[in-house]
Ligand binder design. Structure first.
Ligand code: SF4
Length: 438
């Protein structure tokens, strides 16, 4: 077995995926070869997710599998801090090293320690594509603009795992975006824990991109990304008043008319107990304003039902909110306690069967809304970015669909298309999630 082969298991959300990509890029630069099987690898890196208990279990299982199949395992990611890190060592004492999220240098350092390797010569550097190693298909990429979060939502332990907000310098973010676009990326997905807070920690410090001064702020970032002429999609934006300023960029076609706004609830009482950012903002008025400026905007959100203390009245307020907001894409979770979260100490936990029953009612209502909104697109011409081509034709997404989480557009019978192509087609059919076009 050659001594420079590393296996990699990447679990978790897009933010963890970006961490994986950065570690893989550095390992490649350092001359390591990434191999797809346990038996070919000299060592295996597992990037874990610790967001909810089921994700932690999946991470522990993945570590166990890597130990039994390979034996030499380095663990990193969201589970690699605090009590979770101890749980990993207790359950899998053979693990060689454990680090937390975004610990690129430590992970790469651990690989060097356990699998010493000196690159034969510089040419290895040239083998790494300038945009780095992407785990996503090459026509779209996640652009992480910050780490951590200044909020303290009572159900969430991310700040204790990832720390307070640290915004990346705008010059670095833009340079990365430019490299990705040059390498053929057609869609950039801007991610962070709170995209609307970008730059707050640096007091919107002025940085430079191609010699041009720019403030580290969401507005300036969106304007500059809009100059690339590709799709730019914003995730994890809170309904603060200053978000209104980026909506005209959507109306002008500079960035996609799409906002992912995790609202979590419609009842002010529940939002207060959740300690949600922008809980005091009038979300419905904000949404109306956004639609006034950009009528085609697609709004995605996530909600939690059955949060501790949620009464039937709170839940009715949430359903009324949904009816009024007419959101396009919605995810919903029945509340489940996360170890270490403050919400666990709140009184009046909702019985499991009530949570499930509310989840069903919520989803039934939202499906009606989503289906009607998709049906209204029939007969319209939409731009589609092709993701895959199969024997039936091509499958892509419209501006209303983020990869992995939203719907798809099926172009049955389409020929001559490739992943990464943009096409225009008329919508001919719809269901609760997807569209058909031709
Ligand atoms: S905004 Fe709230 S839910 Fe999101 S990462 Fe920050 S604390 Fe967690």
């Amino acid at each position: 077995m050659s001594s420079n082969k590393v296996g990699f298991v990447s679990l978790g959300c897009p933010k963890a995926l970006v961490d994986s990509e950065r570690i893989l890029t550095q390992l490649k630069i350092d001359g390591y070869e990434i191999v797809p099987t346990y038996e070919d690898a000299e060592i295996v890196v597992v990037n874990t997710c610790g967001f909810i208990d089921s994700a932690k279990q999946e991470s522990l299982d993945a570590i166990g599998e890597a130990i039994s199949e390979n034996g030499r395992v380095i663990v990193t990611g969201c589970m690699g801090v605090g009590g979770d890190a101890q749980a990993i060592m207790a359950r899998h004492p053979k693990v060689l090293s454990v680090t937390g999220p975004a610990a690129y240098e430590e992970v790469v350092g651990a690989v060097h320690k356990y699998v010493p390797h000196t690159p034969a010569h510089d040419p290895f550097n040239d083998l790494v594509p300038p945009q780095g190693v992407k785990l996503t298909p090459r026509h779209y990429a996640y652009l992480k603009i910050s780490e951590g979060c200044n909020h303290r939502c009572s159900f969430c332990i991310i700040p204790s795992m990832r720390g307070d907000l640290v915004s990346r310098p705008i010059g670095d973010v833009m340079a990365e975006a430019e490299r990705l676009v040059r390498a053929g990326v057609r869609e950039l997905l801007v991610i962070s824990q709170d995209t609307s807070a970008y730059g707050i920690d640096t007091k919107y410090r002025t940085g430079f991109w191609n010699g041009r001064p720019m403030k580290t702020r969401m507005q300036e970032l969106c304007e500059a990304l809009g100059e690339f002429g590709i799709w730019v999609r914003l995730h994890y934006v809170y309904p603060y008043p200053h978000v209104d300023n980026v909506i005209p960029l959507m109306a002008e076609g500079k960035i996609l008319p799409y906002l992912d706004v995790p609202l979590q609830h419609g009842s002010p009482e529940v939002l207060k107990r959740m300690k949600r950012p922008a809980a005091a903002e009038k979300s419905l008025q904000r949404i109306d304003k956004w639609r006034d400026i950009c009528p085609d905007i697609t709004l995605r959100s996530t909600f939690i039902v059955g949060f501790p203390g949620e009464t039937e009245r709170d839940f009715d307020i949430l359903l009324d909110f949904l009816r009024e907001a007419q959101l396009d894409r919605v995810g919903c979770f029945a509340y489940s306690p996360v170890k270490g979260a403050k919400a666990n100490d709140l009184p009046n936990h909702v019985p499991e069967e009530v949570k499930q029953e509310r989840w069903q009612r919520f989803m039934a209502l939202q499906q009606e809304i989503s289906s009607a909104r998709l049906r209204a697109k029939i007969g319209k011409t939409v731009q589609i970015l092709i993701d895959e081509v199969d024997e039936q034709g091509a499958i892509g997404r419209s501006s209303a669909d983020a990869p992995e989480i939203d719907g798809r557009v099926f172009l049955n019978g389409a020929i001559g298309l490739n992943p990464g192509d943009f096409v225009e087609a008329e919508v001919t059919g719809s269901d609760e999630y997807d569209l058909w076009a031709g």
